[in-house]
Design a protein around this ligand. Structure first.
Ligand code: PLP
Ligand code: ZN
Length: 415
């Protein structure tokens, strides 16, 4: 059963009926059709105790708070990822209560699977045969995986320098992949192509940007639901979120609001958006106290964090509200800080993240250095994507291991 009351455009406030399954605002104003639930009806259906008794461990565990019926779901085991108490890293940073939510464990190795299982379920409900996406790679790889499992064709527009691991996933999952050249300052050519393909071919849009698909926004909020369950409903002080378009942060905030409205939690943790210095329009806007419509897209985004390079934060409006209401912050970090975080996650916690996936830790360390954190805080760092997607970024930091004749004399321990 679905408990959606209505959808409301974030730009023009037009109301839409859930039964009409709208995807984009008819006014084409790039507003997100925010999904409004009937919380009173949901409250009658379940509480913390009924939730705890459930055996389903994937994203669909929280079906009442999702906008599509699970009978249309395509499932690959998304969600149910571990919350790891980072003891060694915590000791190094002087934080006893440091946790990693390891989203690299999702089926296509990034958190995007949470979004795409929901976005694709809606496509199945609407009996769509073709879906289209603009993405730096992770969301596209994820949509391609779910499309393959559903027998739907996935059309993906990715940047010209999309990483090999993500392209390999797309090819193998049978997506129709096109790499797009960036020619115009501040314009994302992948989004331009996606919009043209929606108009020309009538494909179902399913990028991980709210204005083009409101259903997928609801998937990533299950990250916070899980975190609260996993630490027995304790209070959290801080969640660090690697941020590109701001859709993930929007989802996290929505999840917190859901649980607050249902009375499952009492207070909000501070939400921190972490962006690379080479693409930090959203963070700049937050620190300069600008309004969302004053944001100018980054002319030529550049960073080792390839997943965080959306020149325009499509969901920045909601992300900014989330940061403001949760008394959070926007933090930008250098590529060096990001690669240091990649190394530390591996060396201290055995976790292999891609640079975009490790940016949250880089943000935490910056906040510690700048004295913006109480070290007793309970902090959750989202590790959003796996390092196996971009091994070239790691190999760039090392020389090739020695090639030896297989004699024990050649294997003197180095320490
Ligand atoms: C690994 C990884 N982390 C974080 C993000 C940021 O998500 P969002 O664009 O929703 O802000 C992305 C987006 O592609 C990503 O691939
Ligand atoms: Zn509108």
């Amino acid at each position: 059963m679905v408990f959606v009351e209505r959808l409301v455009c974030s730009k023009c406030s037009s109301n839409y009926r859930a039964e009409d399954s709208p995807i984009m605002c008819k006014k084409r104003d790039f507003g997100r059709l925010d999904i409004v639930y009937d919380y009173a009806a949901i409250s009658n259906k379940f509480d913390r105790t009924t939730l705890e008794k459930r055996e389903v461990r994937d994203v669909w565990r929280y079906e009442e708070l999702l906008p599509v019926s699970s009978k249309f779901s395509v499932r690959l085991g998304e969600g149910g990822t571990p919350l790891i108490h980072a003891r060694r890293l915590g000791e190094k940073l002087g934080m006893r209560n440091l946790f990693l939510k390891d989203e690299t464990r999702n089926p296509s190795a990034s958190f995007k699977d949470r979004a795409m299982t929901v976005g694709l379920a809606k496509a199945s409900e609407l009996q769509k045969r073709d879906v289209v996406i603009a993405s730096s790679g992770n969301a596209a790889a994820s949509l391609a995986a779910y499309s393959a499992a559903a027998g739907i064709t996935c059309h993906a527009f990715v940047p010209q320098d999309a990483s090999k691991g993500k392209i390999a996933q797309l090819l193998l999952f049978g997506a129709d992949v096109l790499r797009c050249k960036q020619i115009k300052e501040g314009e994302d050519p992948t989004v331009k192509m996606m919009i043209s393909a929606i108009d020309r071919f009538g494909y179902y849009p399913c990028p991980s940007f709210g204005p083009f698909n409101p259903y997928q926004v609801e998937g990533p909020k299950t990250i916070v639901y899980e975190v609260y369950e996993q630490q027995n409903w304790g209070n959290l002080d801080l969640i660090l979120v690697p941020t590109g378009s701001g859709c993930l942060l929007t989802g996290i905030w929505k999840g917190l609001e859901d649980f607050k409205k249902l009375g499952f939690i009492e207070s909000y943790p501070r939400l921190v958006a972490v962006q690379p210095k080479g693409n930090s329009a959203l963070v700049r806007a937050v620190s300069q106290g600008l309004e969302f419509d004053q944001i100018v897209p980054e002319a030529f985004p550049a960073s080792v964090a390839s997943g965080l390079l959306d020149p325009y934060p499509w969901d920045g409006d909601a992300a900014m509200v989330a940061i403001r209401k949760s008394k959070g912050a926007g933090i930008s970090v250098s590529d060096e800080e990001i690669m240091k975080a990649v190394k530390e996650l591996a060396a201290y916690e055995g976790t292999f993240a891609e640079p975009s996936g490790a940016a949250g830790l880089a943000g935490l360390e910056r906040m510690i250095e700048d004295g913006l954190i109480d070290k007793n805080d309970k902090a959750v760092v989202l590790i959003t994507g796996s390092g196996l997607k971009e091994p070239e970024k790691v190999m760039g930091m090392y020389s090739e291991p020695h090639l030896i004749e297989p004699e024990i004399e050649n294997a003197q321990p180095s320490r």
